[in-house]
Write a protein that binds this ligand. Sequence first.
Ligand code: PLP
Length: 351
Amino acid sequence: MTIVADSQTEPDLRHHGDAEVRDRALVDLAVNVRAGTPPRWLREHLAATVAGLAAYPEQTAARAAVAARHGRPVGEVLLTAGAAEAFVLLARVLRPRRAVVVHPQFTEPEAALRDAGHTVGRVVLTSDDGFRLTPGAVPEDADLVVVGNPTNPTSVLHPAAALTALARPGRTLVVDEAFIDTVPGESESLASVRDLPGQVVVLRSLTKTWGLAGLRIGYVLAPAPLVAALGAAQPLWPVSTPALAAAEACSTPAALAEADLAAATGAGQRAHLLRGLAALPGARVHGEPAASFVLVELPGAAEVRLRLRDAGFAVRRGDTFPGLGPDWLRIAVRDEGTTDRFLAALAAVLG
Ligand SMILES: Cc1ncc(COP(=O)(O)O)c(C=O)c1O
């Protein structure tokens, strides 16, 4: 079942996983940045850029590297201070008559659209469908549609065909692929697809897989006129020199191979977490998780989360995501040892 609703009851759209680990030293299963990152080679590469910080940032090489990585012209690439900046730029530049966000998903796109004065409709995917995008879920007259793939927090990877079916003349389809590099082969990505009707906008982030949340680097892939309009809405020098170096370095074949290996390792670690969760009474995972986190339905999850904190573990609350509520938690995939310690703590909390 899919519910189409104009948002009325307001969860806190501005709550994010980092709030769960800000004040206390807890084992972090709340933020989905890959553990042990940035890798040493990247840290050293970024550190070397510090010597050149007297110069203003120059984007040419980084833009070209990202464009080449996705097989697109340079004019279709906009570098941003994380995918988060892209949501704000889109909200400020686009003039949708009917904007729709597919939930449950990362809440910043909706928050940015609202901040820019737009009315936002919600398409709420439900657990009975495994949070899958069902045909006809999105209203035909929506001229701006925002969807995540794989989706945070459900971890569901929509087939590329389900997304391309949403493309229409006169519609801007925004696909947030912030976590697609946690999927082996980046399967179902639309990053290199350029021949769809309407405007298809793909957002990418380098902050999760590479551990660069504090650096702020991501990018937009979109038709050149839209990239130009979004770029005109950016301030001068929006992306720092170290962030540009990261964009270039993370686009090389060697970096892509490393990310793919991390994705494959993560898939094994996720399977381990899922096996452990399946053995716990009351915990249910809907759909087929595909990303570096898992969404769990657990009666009394809000209380469980607090007791897990007392046991030293931070997990992401689910109640701030439209379509979920106090019985949901999101858990980051970690190495097997960390997961085992977490599962033991969870089992103890559940009694
Ligand atoms: C689904 C999703 N998209 C985008 C972002 C923003 O990422 P960035 O760090 O690149 O701004 C996040 C951050 O948590 C996210 O979860």
